[in-house]
Design a protein around this ligand. Structure first.
Ligand SMILES: Nc1ncnc2c1ncn2[C@@H]1O[C@H](COP(=O)(O)OP(=O)(O)OP(=O)(O)O)[C@@H](O)[C@H]1O
Length: 226
C-alpha cells in the first residue's frame, strides 16, 4: 500500500496550467503532481509540449492561467529564484563552458555549490569521463557531453531533475548512467521528470508515465506510438 503523502513530500504541483509560447497555446489546463522519491516519464507526439512542460518546471516559463508550485515556490513569482539551485535541467543545449576542460567545468561547479573539488573528480569518474577530464568541452562528442551533464547532476544533487531526451546521444554502455543518476536523486528525497522518445527504456526507468495530449497530462498506461 502506498505511504500517505504529506505536503512536504510535494515536489511539483501544477493545477490547470496553461502556457503560451510565441502566442501559441501549448499547455491547456495541465494538472500534474510529483512527490518526493518519484520518477515520472513523459511521452507525447512531436510538438505536444514535453520540453515546454520541463521549462515550466524549471521555472523558466510562467503559466498564463492556473497555478503551480515547484519545490514550494509559486510559479510566476520571485519565489522561483530561491529554488532554482535545487533544479537541474538537462536539455538540448549543453551547459558546459566550451573552452574549459571537463574537469575544470565540474570543479568550477563544485566551487559554486560549496562542494570539494574531489566531488567533481568523483562525478567525472562515475560517468567514465576521468580519462577525458583534460579535454575541452568544445572538443567532446555529443555522447561525452551528455555524460558530462549527468556528472553535473551528480555533483549538483538537485531535488528536482528534469531530463529532456534522456537517452539521446548515449550508447548502450552509458544508458545505465541515466538510471544511476535518477536513483541518486530519488534516494536523496528528490524527484525526476524524464522525457524520452525511447518508450521501452523510459518505462523501465519511470515509476509512472504520463502523456501530453491536447495540452494536458493524461496517464499513459499503454505504449503510444512514437
Ligand atoms: N521558441 C519557440 N518559438 C515558437 N514556437 C515554439 C518555440 N518553442 C516551442 N514552440 C512550439 O511549442 C510547441 C511545443 O514544443 P515542445 O518543444 O514543447 O514540444 P515537444 O513535445 O518537446 O516536441 P519534440 O518531441 O519534437 O521534442 C510546438 O508546437 C513548438 O513548435
Amino acid at each position: 500500500m502506498p505511504s500517505p503523502v504529506s505536503a512536504s513530500d510535494s515536489i511539483v504541483t501544477l493545477m490547470d496550467v496553461a502556457v503560451v509560447v510565441e502566442r501559441v497555446p501549448v499547455l491547456r489546463g495541465l494538472t500534474l503532481g510529483v512527490t518526493a522519491g518519484e520518477s515520472v516519464g513523459v511521452v507525447g507526439a512531436n510538438g505536444s509540449g514535453k520540453s515546454t512542460l520541463l521549462r515550466v518546471l524549471a521555472t523558466l516559463l510562467a503559466p498564463v492561467r492556473g497555478h503551480g508550485r515547484v519545490l514550494g515556490a509559486e510559479l510566476g513569482t520571485d519565489e522561483s529564484f530561491a529554488v532554482r539551485p535545487g533544479i537541474a535541467l538537462v536539455g538540448h543545449v549543453p551547459s558546459l563552458y566550451p573552452r574549459l576542460t571537463l574537469r575544470e567545468n565540474l570543479r568550477f561547479l563544485a566551487r559554486l555549490t560549496g562542494r570539494r573539488e574531489q566531488a567533481a573528480d568523483d562525478a567525472l569518474e562515475l560517468v567514465g569521463l576521468a580519462p577525458a577530464g583534460d579535454r575541452r568541452a568544445e572538443a567532446c562528442s555529443q555522447g561525452m557531453l551528455r555524460r558530462a551533464e549527468l556528472a553535473r547532476v551528480l555533483l549538483a544533487q538537485p531535488r528536482l531533475l528534469l531530463l529532456d531526451e534522456a537517452h539521446a546521444g548515449l550508447d548502450d554502455g552509458s544508458i545505465g548512467l541515466v538510471e544511476v543518476v535518477i536513483r541518486r536523486v530519488s534516494e536523496r528525497g528528490g524527484a525526476s521528470v524524464i522525457v524520452s522518445h525511447d518508450q521501452p527504456r523510459l518505462r523501465d526507468l519511470a515509476d509512472r508515465m504520463v502523456e501530453i495530449r491536447n495540452g494536458q497530462a493524461v496517464p499513459a498506461d499503454e505504449e503510444v506510438p512514437a
